[in-house]
Design a protein around this ligand. Structure first.
Ligand SMILES: [Zn+2]
Ligand SMILES: [Zn+2]
Length: 342
């Protein structure tokens, strides 16, 4: 399938990725498995070429990346292995042991890499899918009042589009995103937010479900997977709204609609990175109605039905009780039904 960032064939439909889960990061009998300390430099000879099966243990891949950083002069050789950066595998899903990585399965988030080194890593390390330079901040919109300007990390080389697979009781959902634009949230075996949504849907059997700060669409698509007849996903950040719409198409086989219309493309949405008035980004036609908007949650009531809706308000910063309280209060003044912070 066509990737909206690199134009290449680096995205797949949900069922194709879900089918890979049991074997994609498993070793073959010939694979080398030599765990390395993360808090010291890797000893000489810590990495070899990938196995004949095409995979390599993640620590060896990191030792290879470390070696490139030393050769290019960005590391002295005294840094610990973990200073290479944060690995984000594709596809990400809960596992009990470290992965053996196949080709193009790793997005590296690095504080030290520059464009030259990243290009070198992409060329020399087959497991690398993309290299992102990350800073000490969270990319995207983090403030429900939209007062803090959104920031983004920088894609240095390759493509940083990758997917996470989230287990739900109705079955898995696959969520693609461009990593430099979105905050990191890795799937775990137990996801309290998904569970909170599932239990409310089971109790209330809502006709309408709203995911008002949808990110990549996790909670809204969980509700759709459970069969809620009308689902609205919304985010003020262009990348979140776009990838939610994209994920609607990726997971379409799990929903009951005939057609999905994507009304905006990624590049044109980037021209208006944060919106207040809700702009439609995608809508379905058929038995199940799923709508995606880009806009401020405070304006979303303009496009919602008068009848009751169940709304999840997944604000980024939940520790600030006063702020979350005012979000809930505002919502309840404008929309009937149940609202909760998952
Ligand atoms: Zn791509
Ligand atoms: Zn092998």
């Amino acid at each position: 399938m066509y990737c909206p960032v690199c134009g290449d064939d680096c995205v797949d439909h949900a069922s194709a990725l879900i089918a890979l889960m049991p074997r994609i990061f498993a070793n073959c009998p010939s694979c080398q498995h030599q765990p390395l300390y993360k808090t010291t430099p890797p000893p000489p000879g810590s990495y070899h070429d990938p196995c004949s099966c095409g995979k390599r243990f993640i620590d060896e891949v990191f030792a290879h990346l470390y070696d490139i950083l030393v050769r290019e002069g960005l590391f002295s050789g005294k840094e610990p292995l973990k200073a290479v950066g944060t690995p984000l595998v594709h596809p990400g899903f809960p596992t009990t042991s470290p992965p053996f990585l196949p080709k193009k399965s790793l997005v590296l988030l690095s504080r030290v890499a520059d464009k030259d080194v990243a290009a070198h890593m992409l060329k020399e390390v087959p497991e690398i899918r993309g290299v992102v330079r990350n800073g000490e901040f969270t990319p995207g919109v983090t403030d429900p009042d939209l007062l803090v300007p959104p920031r983004r990390n920088e894609l240095l080389a390759g493509c940083d589009v990758r997917a996470d697979i989230y287990p739900t009781t109705a079955g898995s959902i696959v969520l693609f995103q461009q990593q430099s634009m979105m905050h990191i949230e890795f799937p775990r075996f137990f996801n309290p937010k998904i569970q909170a949504v599932e239990s409310r849907i089971r109790t209330l059997s809502p006709q309408w479900f709203v995911d008002a700060f949808c990110g990549t669409g996790k909670l809204g698509l969980t509700a759709a997977r459970m069969g809620v007849p009308h689902v609205v996903l919304n985010d003020s950040w262009f990348a979140a709204a776009f990838w939610s719409a994209f994920n609607l198409t990726i997971n379409r086989e799990f929903f009951r609609f005939d057609e999905v219309r994507i009304l905006n493309d990624y590049k044109s949405m980037e021209g208006e990175p944060v919106r207040t008035d809700p702009k439609p980004v995608a809508r379905t036609e058929g038995e199940q109605e799923i709508l995606v908007y880009q806009g401020d949650f405070r304006k979303l009531h303009q496009v919602l039905p008068a009848g009751p809706v169940l709304a999840a308000l997944d604000v980024f910063e939940k520790a600030d009780r006063k702020a979350t309280g005012s979000v809930l209060h505002y919502w309840r003044e404008h929309v009937t039904g149940e609202a909760f912070i998952p």
